[in-house]
Write a protein that binds this ligand. Structure first.
Ligand code: AMP
Ligand code: MN
Ligand code: MN
Ligand code: MN
Length: 311
């Protein structure tokens, strides 16, 4: 079993020591980021270069409803510090949630089918959004997508298109006026259920992690019931730390993870190096109370990183 201890303040938001077979060595992790196969700006290789620049021991690329980044990298091999991951959009009681699948089998048949279905739903939604925008006199969304790398189409591309066309000044305004729930071009999407997302992740050998629990517009009681149900359907971890989290929320999330017997995960949710508030490896350190349930204590983590299975 890895023995870990926190190491603060070396310019990284999080770092740890891992005492493994190879002796004591520094371990720094980022378990949530996006490549240009979903709504990130960078190719998977660039993400790995950023991770190397930050001396990360492990990076999980977790694109929205796609594992294409991993398929591409797998073809090149030689990146032992890349961990397989995905971020699945799902529906729970009318609320859209994101569940990360870490250490999944990217070739798992049923997981692939689910991701294909979600990608198709995203394309169909974009066709509808294109028609809505055209009706408002804004043409060219379909053309815009032809020049992108993404296989999972997200609304952030539509926001960038609206900025490029001079319709909106920034993404926040694009979401408010057009793309958010009350926006003029909003089209709902039928995501899979929370239970299905978790089941597919777990069946492929992965750890299901509730992404950024503090970002959903739900109250304290509803969050409690979400975490209970998430654990009940097989979810095993939640993000306790992520980009731009304030210290109070960090503490709150750490105690919620303990209360619901969930492992504590962490990641930057990095998308784009030109957005300077974010960066690979940039998020608050896990608090001390999360050390005993930190995600690297999960048996699957040890099994995977010691190379006994799953690679
Ligand atoms: P989608 O998967 O199509 O629902 O798009 C969601 C993605 O759009 C998120 O992962 C964010 O990257 C981005 N996003 C969502 N809401 C906003 C917002 N209000 N402002 C800027 N970006 C947003
Ligand atoms: Mn995103
Ligand atoms: Mn997310
Ligand atoms: Mn994300």
């Amino acid at each position: 079993m890895c023995e870990l201890a926190l190491l603060h303040g070396k310019g990284y938001s999080y770092s740890a020591y891992c005492r493994c077979e190879r002796g004591r060595s520094a371990l720094k992790l980022d378990l949530h980021c996006h490549s240009h196969f979903s709504d990130g700006k960078h190719a998977p290789r660039e993400l790995l270069e950023f991770a190397a620049g930050q001396e990360l021991s492990y990076l999980a690329i977790t694109d929205h409803d796609s594992v294409d980044a991993h398929m591409t990298i797998a073809a090149h091999r030689g990146y032992p510090n890349l961990l397989p991951g995905v971020e699945i959009s799902c529906n729970w009681q009318g609320q859209e949630l994101h569940v990360l699948g870490l250490l999944i089998d990217i070739h798992d048949e049923q997981l692939s089918q689910l991701l294909d279905r979600q990608q198709r739903a995203r394309r169909e939604r974009m066709d509808s959004m294109d028609r809505r925008l055209a009706a408002l006199g804004i043409h060219g969304l379909a053309e815009h997508f032809k020049h992108q790398h993404c296989v999972a189409q997200t609304r952030s591309y539509v926001a960038d298109f609206l900025i490029q066309e001079g319709v909106c000044k920034n993404r926040a305004k694009a979401f408010k006026r057009f793309l958010g729930r009350r926006g003029k071009a909003y089209v709902a999407i039928e995501w899979c259920s929370l239970a299905e997302a978790v089941a597919r992740i777990v069946a492929s050998g992965g750890i299901a992690v509730l992404a950024h629990p503090g970002r959903y517009p739900i109250g304290r009681l509803k969050l409690q019931s979400l975490l209970s149900e998430f654990a009940h359907v097989g979810g095993e971890a939640m993000e306790v730390s992520y980009g731009n989290l304030d210290p109070l929320q960090l503490k709150k999330l750490a105690s919620l993870a303990l209360e619901h017997s969930l492992y504590a995960s962490m990641g930057s949710d990095f998308h784009d190096a030109s957005a300077h508030w974010t960066g690979i490896g940039k998020f608050p350190s896990l608090p001390q109370e999360s050390m005993k349930n930190a995600i690297w204590e999960h048996p699957r983590w040890h099994q995977f990183t010691s190379g006994t299975t799953g690679r």
